[in-house]
Design a binder for this molecule. Structure first.
Ligand code: GDP
Length: 464
């Protein structure tokens, strides 16, 4: 298969540390000639005579015979390296001039610049890791919370992919028996025990089901939860946002393309990132500019998993609140109703605001200005997305591509069961099994296409 439009036999080079000035920079070479290329410019020892996993001090000399830098070289001899190829890591002084000179020199001696993700692509193609593990490398690098780090690390270390590989193999064995039956179709033989097959299919479905269920949490951990704060003017939205964020004020991000209409800030509650979107408020659009503001508000409201609706406890009757919510709520969105300014109306009865879609547990009375009940509000937010205690020991799927493959595999397996039960001919059952095998294989990369690999690895940085 032609995976890429560049040659994977080349020896590649790239900066592995972030660009810019640092105490040190690490340049990585990988490929058959990595050690030979380093030897051409390294004065110290002959690297090709050294053992794997050793470090060597020496100088790198330019073609004009000038010392470019004094460096440490780490040596990894194939196949005991990240890519399973010969790998040389050059730790140099972290000046961008030195780094550029060294990379140019390695290119002159026969290496070429690595493509984005090419080191990890090679690691995958050479069998160092499966596809889901390779993807976890990118997640691990991007992880910025303890929970995101834990699931990326778990996936990188094999996580659920080992179990999927194992069950897929068992299914593959059945598939071969069934294909054999098809070869002997004249003779009406049965090599594959139908009861065993059914049991295996059910077992795989149970695993897949649990993995699909885990995605909601995995996605929340990886991507955070969009939470829109809405309410009429003067309800206390800004005040509430301020008390929620308190010390976390530092993490402020303004969504590109918007000005004062919507501002996004991140609130971290026990490792889950809530992206709070403050809106310009809801009012009947009286002129064009307001109409745009309202339209943007509606757009943000629709993209959010949680709608946190704040109102002035003195001002709105249950009927008014319900009418507002009806206008605002979109399907699959969870409402958190927050009567504010309770200091001014302590007798408000939350029960009166309960509806078919809004239980009492999702109504939290506060006084933003007095910091009253804010901790309870945070806990409620957290519980809306993490219903059980956060358990990171079980495999958690956090990748949309994996989710889709799992859903497709589950569907094909349901077809297998249905058709077997209905006595449909073996060739149809075989077709559904093949489809399930295909989707399971997609996750770990036993089945992959150029497009898929291109898509995954092009999102990596150069040097990864
Ligand atoms: P927004 O228009 O929804 O963003 O509302 P603001 O946050 O600007 O608040 C409107 C007014 O209500 C301000 O004068 C706040 O000081 C006041 N306010 C906010 N929260 C409370 C509260 O809990 N109790 C009282 N009494 N006033 C509040």
């Amino acid at each position: 298969m032609q995976y890429t439009n560049y040659d994977l036999k080349d020896t590649i080079v790239a900066l592995a540390t972030p660009p810019g000035v640092g105490a040190i920079g690490v340049i990585r070479l990988s490929g058959t000639n990595a050690i030979a290329i380093a030897d051409m410019v390294f004065k110290g020892k002959a690297l090709n005579k050294q053992k794997s996993h050793t470090i060597h001090l020496g100088k790198i000399i330019s073609e004009e015979n000038k010392i470019i830098d004094e460096v440490l070289i780490s040596l990894f001899v194939a196949p005991k390296s990240y890519t399973k190829e010969n790998v040389v890591e050059v730790s140099c002084h972290g000046s961008s001039y030195i780094i550029q000179e060294l990379i140019q020199l390695f290119i002159k001696k026969g290496a070429r610049m690595a493509q984005p993700g090419e080191f990890t692509l090679r690691a995958f193609l050479n069998g160092q890791m499966d596809l889901s593990q390779a993807e976890a490398v990118a997640d691990l690098i991007a992880s910025n919370s303890a929970a995101a780090h834990t699931i990326a690390m778990q996936q990188m270390r094999g996580g659920f992919s080992n179990e999927i590989k194992n069950l897929r193999q068992q299914l593959l064995d059945f598939a071969s028996l069934i294909e054999l039956e098809l070869d002997f179709s004249e003779e009406d033989v049965e090599f594959a025990n139908r009861e065993d097959l059914q049991q295996l299919v059910k077992k795989i479905q149970t695993l897949i089901h649990a993995l699909i269920q885990s995605f909601k949490l995995g996605n929340v951990i990886k991507k955070g939860v969009n939470t829109v704060i809405a309410g009429r003017p003067n309800a206390g939205k800004s005040t509430l946002l301020n008390v929620l964020l308190k010390e976390e004020r530092a993490i402020v991000s303004e969504i590109a393309g918007t000005t004062r209409d919507t501002i996004e800030e991140v609130l971290n509650i026990q490792g889950i990132e809530f992206r709070l979107i403050d809106t310009a408020g809801i009012r009947d659009a009286q002129d064009q500019i307001e109409a745009i503001g309202v339209e943007k508000t509606m757009e943000k409201v629709q993209q959010s998993a949680i709608l946190l609706y704040v109102f002035d406890a003195r001002k709105l009757t249950p009927e008014m609140v319900k009418a507002d919510l009806e206008k605002l709520q979109v399907p699959n969105q969870t409402i958190l109703l927050v009567p504010n300014k309770m200091d001014r109306n302590p007798s408000l009865k939350p029960e009166e605001y309960v509806t078919a879609t809004l239980p009492l547990s999702q109504i939290v009375t506060v006084s933003a200005i007095n910091n009253m009940n804010i901790e309870h509000l945070k806990n409620t937010l957290y519980q809306l997305v993490v219903s059980d205690k956060l358990n990171l020991d079980n495999p958690i799927v956090s990748n949309t591509r994996h989710l889709e493959a799992l859903q497709n595999a589950h569907e094909s397996l349901s077809e297998v069961l249905k058709n077997m039960g209905a006595g449909v001919t073996t060739d149809f059952v075989a077709m559904d099994i093949r489809r399930a095998l295909y989707h399971l294989g997609e996750i770990v990369g036993e089945v992959s296409t150029d497009d898929l690999l291109g898509n995954i690895f092009s999102r990596f940085c150069i040097g990864k």
